[in-house]
Design a protein around this ligand. Structure first.
Ligand code: COA
Length: 111
């Protein structure tokens, strides 16, 4: 969680994750619009990695900023869950292990 101390201590970026032993699932991550592009989400992700856990997440295949964020943070694509969101939109599964199987630029599977 990151707080803007200069303006009424408002929450500007947060990450929610569930941890079971040495595995961790990111369930929600967001940065307030005005504070995006400053590296806040990246630093929250890196703070999780200090614990040497294996991290998993799902992200909407249409969410290019989030896909770029996770790729730049060293996450690799491990699979696709078809029609995961609202029964319509695919989810991209990622983890911080090295198993790429999907190219977000082309939105197609690569093997
Ligand atoms: C995705 C999100 C959390 C990124 O937060 P952020 O604090 O701005 O992220 P960072 O500043 O750490 O950005 C790191 C990288 O993400 C990528 N990125 C972030 N915003 C981007 C955008 N609008 N377009 C393309 N890439 C983007 C870039 O690669 C960026 O690295 P760079 O600045 O060196 O190019 C934020 O845009 C957000 O809250 N979006 C709405 C909620 C959401 O989609 N959450 C993810 C659900 S899985």
């Amino acid at each position: 969680m990151t707080v803007d101390s200069s303006s009424e201590s408002r929450l500007v970026s947060y990450l929610i994750a569930l941890r079971v032993e040495d595995e961790l699932d990111i369930v929600s991550l967001a940065t307030r619009q005005k504070f995006r592009g400053l590296g806040l989400a990246t630093s929250l992700i890196h703070s999780l990695e200090e614990d040497q856990v294996k991290i998993f997440l799902e992200v909407d295949a249409r969410n290019d900023p989030a896909l770029m964020l996770y790729r730049r943070a060293g996450f690799e694509i491990t699979g696709i869950r078809r029609r995961y969101y609202e029964g319509k939109w695919d989810a991209i599964c990622m983890s911080n292990s090295k198993r790429a199987s999907y190219d977000p630029a082309s939105k197609t599977r690569v093997r």
